[in-house]
Structure formats: C-alpha cells, structure tokens
Design a protein around this ligand. Structure first.
Ligand SMILES: Nc1ncnc2c1ncn2[C@@H]1O[C@H](COP(=O)(O)OP(=O)(O)OP(=O)(O)O)[C@@H](O)[C@H]1O
Ligand SMILES: [Mg+2]
Length: 112
C-alpha cells in the first residue's frame, strides 16, 4: 500500500475529489495547512518584504491505495490540480505498512 499526499490549491479540491472517485479511490483525508515552496510564498499574490517567508493556505489531501495504482493516480492528480501556475502544489508518495478497518478487524489492502 502507498499513501499519496497532495498539497494543493484549495480551489482544486472538488475537481481532484471527482477525478479520484472515478478511479476508484474510496476514501480521502483533508487537512487545512499552510506552507511555502521555492518562492517562499512570494510567487502568488506578492505582499510584504521579499525576505520574509509568506505561508500560503493549502489543502493536504491524503489517500492510501494499492501500490500498483500509484503511477496512474499521480497522473490523475497532476491533471486535476495543475494550472501551470506557481504554487500549484506538490505530491509526495509514502509507503504504508498495514491498515485496519476498525469495524471488522480486516487488514491489508483489501480494506482500501
Ligand atoms: N519540500 C517540501 N516539503 C513539504 N512541503 C512542501 C515542500 N515543498 C512544497 N511544499 C508544500 O507544497 C506547497 C506548494 O508548493 P509549491 O507548489 O509552491 O512548490 P514549488 O516547488 O515552489 O513549485 P512552483 O515553482 O510551481 O511554485 C507549499 O505551500 C508547501 O505547503
Ligand atoms: Mg512555489
């Protein structure tokens, strides 16, 4: 299993969610986060001193999937959230050791 963690522009969430549903992703976790990338937050809507880091609001969207689906889903994510503009986001891919459906005690990628 693999966890895909996408840090995205909040306005892209609905498009991403709809695309992932089509590809059979059955659960998502969303967190409101703040962060900066290469432009230290200045590429988008410049404000304030260039030397100061500006934290920009983003959403972190996490979902765990069978590892075989990762290459396809990375494509899906990029197409769904990409606009070609600075600050579009980043995607991280993280191995997951095991998973449990609490109601039944089932384990492994069958619960995804
Ligand atoms: N190395 C990193 N580790 C953790 N989070 C990161 C990292 N880089 C970026 N992020 C998160 O991703 C968000 C979006 O990053 P962003 O899209 O600006 O990346 P970038 O590398 O600057 O690319 P671009 O040049 O297209 O803006 C940041 O606000 C931050 O929350
Ligand atoms: Mg950036």
């Amino acid at each position: 299993m693999t966890r895909i963690e996408a840090v995205i522009q909040p306005s892209r969430l609905e498009t991403l969610k709809n695309a992932l549903l089509v590809w059979g992703v059955d659960g998502l976790t969303i967190t409101e986060v703040k962060g900066f990338g290469r432009q230290r937050g200045h590429g988008e809507m410049y404000r304030g001193s260039e030397y100061e880091i500006q934290y920009r609001p983003k959403l972190k969207v996490e979902f765990v999937v069978p590892t075989s689906l990762v290459p396809r889903l990375l494509d899906v994510v990029q197409k769904a959230v990409g606009t070609g503009r600075i600050g579009d986001g980043k995607v991280f891919v993280i191995p997951v050791e095991d998973a449990v459906r609490v109601r039944t005690g089932e384990r492994g990628d069958g619960i995804l």
